[in-house]
Design a protein around this ligand. Structure first.
Ligand SMILES: Nc1nc2c(ncn2[C@@H]2O[C@H](COP(=O)(O)OP(=O)(O)OP(=O)(O)O)[C@@H](O)[C@H]2O)c(=O)[nH]1
Ligand SMILES: Nc1nc2c(ncn2[C@@H]2O[C@H](COP(=O)(O)OP(=O)(O)OP(=O)(O)O)[C@@H](O)[C@H]2O)c(=O)[nH]1
Ligand SMILES: [Mg+2]
Ligand SMILES: [Mg+2]
Lengths: 288, 276
């Protein structure tokens, strides 16, 4: 764990493990490696290290008899801050009534996340707008049945835009508080599909646009989020598959660079396996 | 700097960052830059940037080729089992492989052994219908090992050349799910000894990709890897370390959602894309 690595880094410096602004570099290197191995974007790592370097020049570390522990605490605090601090939990908890629009790369967990949000919010309708993947509509339909959510199948299985208009028009009559729209996975560099996304997004005019991100995503995460944001705007990230053992640095990177908050995490395959995102718990995971 | 057989710090940092950005991870990035330092020294003076990049590409493709590709089997039917974590592209890859071998004139049968996820069987059945390839399935919640067994038995009974069995996505840190997969393999081996086991990885995976290969290789006799979604911007750099450390070859690469979007692995092309 990072604490052991930092202990070693500080012990190597001097007999008492007392540190100075100069010999803090080995400790910073350990942090750099830990963050890169946690999939934090290398540009974020650079900026994060200077934040930590600044704080570690303060008395709390320089006068500490357990500099390694103090150091870890600083890193943990700074990570928590970056991840949104306390405000992030409040943001996610708001769960205001409205139309939630899910997007993201292929296989990231969108269809499952749609069912999770429907289950979390209650009183929700699920709309299927993936007209491309075999049995995608069936997948969402089955999940909707399992959680007792209303289900809107595509009215025009060959026309995403007309189907989107139908979803928008029929939702008010369903008397549900929330509408959750599932879309097809797509690459952010696929112009045709990104244009389709822009069009259906405009038609549906959601109150919240959520990108579903796989927690094991590596360095591409920021690029992907920025592309989706540029095309349709993003209000939040749903971080899926956090029950795996990946550190989830991609989420930190997106928050750091784009400011988009992570609001929910997927913790398993069932609709019940969803939680609000907690920055401090996640900071611990990245460092662990 | 490049002209004196010495890799200067700027060039080294640039290379390292490009590799990290491609998901090789810091350790592999550092090792590759060190390899280039040694190469520069041996190359002496007058090295231009392109030559350095070429040398790096060559080094990477050598690492990728260092894993031995399993020998062709004479078993009839051949059996391929598709495994991996959730959402990587297993079902689509199973269909692509079926299409590929079917086009070669083979008689194929598909096995829908994902008995867990909503509409998983339907998804594979649709592919089977499109390809006119039979899909063996059971009721939802059935034992995946039973479906695998049925599939191999059907392949034997119907004189098929090959059976391709799709399994449910599973995270490698879930011991019960990994045990379930081990049972699938044991049960298949009751009928046929040789099973080609392919681990499907998403090109956008970060450092966890190495853990995935490690864990699946610990549980099962993995034959090789498939890297999907390389039509995206991700470079799958973790593959370099995975192949170097675990000696599993990459056999195929997925480059799209269409049935033809699967190509045999080309180490040079992969390496070139990695450092581009
Ligand atoms: N363990 C775990 N599995 C998850 C989680 N979220 C989704 N999955 C699984 O990940 C796989 C992909 O999920 P989907 O919901 O089909 O993903 P998708 O983004 O809709 O995929 P496309 O529509 O093809 O782009 C499925 O096997 C899900 O059960 C999670 O939080 N934990
Ligand atoms: N762009 C691209 N998309 C792919 C590729 N391979 C698969 N996909 C897409 O990735 C998504 C997930 O594919 P699946 O085949 O359902 O993945 P899976 O591993 O079987 O998923 P689970 O069974 O839920 O674990 C689908 O939307 C596929 O179309 C590829 O090579 N390129
Ligand atoms: Mg989906
Ligand atoms: Mg599947």
């Amino acid at each position: 764990a990072l604490t052991e690595r930092l202990n070693r880094a500080f012990r190597d410096l001097s007999g008492y493990g007392k540190i100075t602004p100069e010999n803090i570099e080995p400790a910073l290197r350990e942090i750099k490696l830990a963050l890169l191995e946690a999939d934090v974007h290398f540009k974020v790592v650079k900026e994060f290290l200077s934040l930590v370097r600044e704080r570690s020049n303060g008395k709390e570390v320089l006068d500490s008899i357990t500099p390694a522990q103090q150091f870890v605490k600083i890193v943990h605090d700074e990570l928590t801050k970056v991840l949104g601090g306390e405000s992030a939990v409040a943001e996610a908890a708001s769960n205001t009534a409205g139309i939630y629009f899910l997007c993201g790369l292929q296989g990231s967990g969108k269809t499952t996340a749609a069912a999770k949000l429907a289950h979390l919010f209650g009183n929700a309708a699920l709309a299927a707008l993936d007209l491309q993947r075999p049995a995608a509509v069936e997948q969402l339909k089955v999940l909707a049945e399992r959680i007792g959510a209303k289900f809107i199948p595509p009215q025009f299985p060959n026309d995403a835009r007309r189907s989107a208009a139908h979803i928008r028009d029929i939702f008010p009559s369903l008397e549900c508080k929330h509408l959750i729209v599932d879309t097809a996975g797509r690459l952010q560099i696929d112009d045709e599909l990104m244009n389709e996304l822009k069009d259906v997004h405009e038609i549906i005019n959601p109150s919240e646009t959520v990108m579903v991100l796989d927690a094991m995503t590596g360095q591409e995460a920021v690029k992907v989020a920025e592309a989706f944001r540029a095309r349709i705007g993003l209000n939040s990230i749903f971080l899926s598959k956090t029950d795996g053992d990946s550190k989830g640095g991609a989420a930190l990177s997106i928050r750091f660079i784009t400011g988009i908050p992570i609001k929910w995490i997927g913790t398993g395959e069932t609709p019940q396996a969803v939680e609000q995102f907690h920055p401090d718990r996640f900071a611990g995971r990245i460092l662990g | 700097a490049l002209g004196r057989g010495i890799l200067d710090e700027n060039a080294a940092t640039e290379l390292e960052e490009a590799l990290i950005q491609a998901d090789t991870g810091p350790q592999t990035a550092e090792e590759l830059v060190e390899d280039m330092r040694v190469w520069m020294k041996n190359a002496g003076g007058g090295v231009i940037a392109e030559t350095l990049r070429e040398a790096l590409g060559l080094r990477i493709s050598r690492i990728l080729r260092s894993a031995e590709v399993p020998a062709n089997s004479n078993q009839i039917p051949k059996i391929t089992l598709i495994v991996g974590v959730n959402g990587t592209g297993k079902t689509t890859t199973a269909a692509k492989l079926a299409a590929r071998f079917s086009a070669d004139g083979e008689k194929i049968i598909l096995g829908a052994a994902d008995t867990f996820r909503a509409a998983a069987v339907e998804q594979l059945k649709i592919w089977g219908e499109r390809l006119n390839i039979p899909v063996i399935a059971q009721a939802e919640g059935a034992d995946p090992a039973a479906v695998a067994f049925d599939t191999v038995q059907a392949a034997i009974n119907r004189d098929c050349d090959r059976a391709i069995i799709d399994t449910a996505g599973r995270l490698h840190n879930k011991t019960n799910l990994m045990a379930e997969l081990e049972k699938v393999v044991r049960v298949i081996k009751k009928l046929r000894e040789e099973v080609e086991i392919l681990l499907v990885l998403d090109a956008a995976v970060g450092q966890n990709g190495l853990v995935q290969v490690k864990c699946f290789a610990e549980s099962l006799p993995l034959s090789g890897l498939v890297v999907t979604k390389l039509d995206g911007t991700a470079k799958a750099g973790i593959i370099v370390r995975a192949v170097a450390e675990l000696k599993k070859p990459v056999l195929y690469v997925g480059v799209g959602e269409g049935i033809d979007d699967l190509i045999p692995f080309d180490a040079e092309a992969f390496a070139k894309n990695l450092i581009s």
